[in-house]
Design a protein around this ligand. Structure first.
Ligand code: ZN
Length: 430
């Protein structure tokens, strides 16, 4: 039993937003009250800090099985804890892919050993082949939280419609990576800078928003729960807005990198700024922020995508893999580029990293309530730090290394246990 004292407790789900104390007992929040005094029990001093629900990230790549030189479930979990996350959702583009109950079982056994909560999706099509649907029923029974072919966009319209019919039948979420390969050149580099600087055909906005338009209309017709991953272009926000107004059961996410930076980051950070979909123009970045403000985009997700340093160091940027390690910079990027700039209030920002993603997948997470799980992040929103190349993640492919960001996490608590503490080695012990 211990008390978290004097923190500004913010719970986006209930709207609670005041300085209070919190009593933690047996993995649960036992009491939230203006003042709690119990003699002789440990105290975490949260004065001048924010006490928020443990963050929830519904888009991470932990690379296990098959690509554990980049990351594994253990290092992914450590990285999440350092970043303030207590619940994460793994994508299924591992090797082999997460397409069968056997692999789900293997992943869940690994995940159960970790100090944070790790859920997984399964692929929509077998081994991401884009043609043959997986067995939704047996995978749901095995415990997957949803389905996604993230990494390989699903081009076959008929297959997609059938998948949505199944998703509707089982009341489960389909998450979609939207980039039509037939409309793209080199992935990860926006068409504008690709032409101007690299003299190649890059990744077009059209590839993204035309595919979203197609899928949003099938979502509307099937009424399946469909989630559009990592929006990057301004038109995509418009399309999602249109479909939501029409009555589609459609949600959308944006990554911190897409609301923080533009394609120009490639000029200074090279392959570490190469992402699918790519960083685009300032007008796109602004539209993504407007989408967050209006609520069209209800979720912020990291798309944590670790790659080995040698892979990113390919001679030609066109050959380097896309993606960045993101869990350890997400919160600070949001505070720096959304809250400090007064684009979003702290509580509205936190909703997009806690209760909104948890609600989409039905996770018992993302809120602070008496009797609820003691999954908590404690951070100082004004404190600054310079991002160093040392991450708990196995990889350090971040374009934010060297940047000064606002927001420093002091504690991450999951099920009442401290899984990360600033300036201690807790992260290596969990
Ligand atoms: Zn993706």
């Amino acid at each position: 039993m211990y008390i978290i004292k004097n923190g500004l407790i913010i719970d986006p789900q209930s709207g609670f937003n005041q300085v209070s104390d919190m009593l933690i007992d047996q993995g649960k929040i036992k009491q939230i009250s203006k003042e709690i005094d119990i003699k002789g029990i440990p105290i975490i001093d949260a004065s001048n800090k924010i006490v928020a629900p443990g963050l929830v990230d519904i888009h991470v790549h932990f690379r296990e099985p098959g690509q554990t030189h980049k990351e594994n479930i253990h290092t992914g979990a450590l990285s999440a804890a350092v970043g303030g996350f207590t619940t994460v959702l793994m994508m299924a583009n591992t090797n082999p892919t997460i397409s069968s109950p056997e692999i789900v079982k293997q992943v869940k056994e690994s995940a159960a050993k970790e100090a944070i909560k790790i859920e997984t999706v399964a692929t929509i099509t077998k081994s991401l082949n884009g043609k043959d649907l997986v067995n939704f029923e047996e995978l749901l029974e095995a415990g997957v939280a949803g389905f996604s072919d993230d990494g390989i966009p699903l081009t076959d319209t008929k297959v997609l419609q059938e998948a949505m019919n199944l998703a509707r039948k089982h009341d489960v979420v389909l998450s979609l990576h939207e980039e039509d390969p037939s409309l793209n050149g080199v992935l990860g580099i926006n068409e504008h800078i690709a032409q101007k600087i690299y003299h190649v055909c890059g990744a077009s906005g059209l590839a993204e928003y035309s595919m979203i338009a197609r899928d949003a209309m099938i979502a509307y017709q099937t009424q399946a729960k469909v989630h559009i991953q990592h929006l990057s272009s301004s038109e995509s926000v418009e399309v999602v807005d249109f479909a939501q107004k029409l009555g589609a059961n459609l949600t959308a996410e944006v990554t911190p990198q897409h609301f923080s930076k533009t394609e120009n980051l490639l000029l200074t950070k090279g392959a570490n700024a190469k992402l699918n979909p790519p960083l685009r123009l300032e007008k796109d970045r602004q539209a993504l922020i407007d989408g967050l403000k209006s609520g069209v985009i209800s979720i912020i997700a990291s798309d944590h995508a670790p790659h080995h340093i040698m892979e990113k160091a390919a001679d030609n940027i066109s050959q380097a893999p896309s993606g960045m390690t993101g869990l350890e910079t997400s919160l600070a990027l949001g505070i720096t580029y959304l809250v400090s700039t007064k684009e979003l209030s702290m509580i509205d920002f936190l909703a997009k990293m806690t209760c909104n993603p948890a609600q989409l997948y039905g996770f018992d997470a993302g809120y602070l309530r008496e009797g609820g799980p003691a999954d908590i992040v404690i951070f100082d929103q004004a404190e600054e730090r310079i991002i160093k190349a040392e991450f708990a993640s196995k990889s350090s492919n971040s374009p934010f290394i060297g940047d000064k960001l606002k927001g420093v996490i002091h504690y991450t608590i999951c099920n009442g246990e401290i899984v990360y503490q600033k300036d201690s080695h807790a992260a290596t012990l969990v």
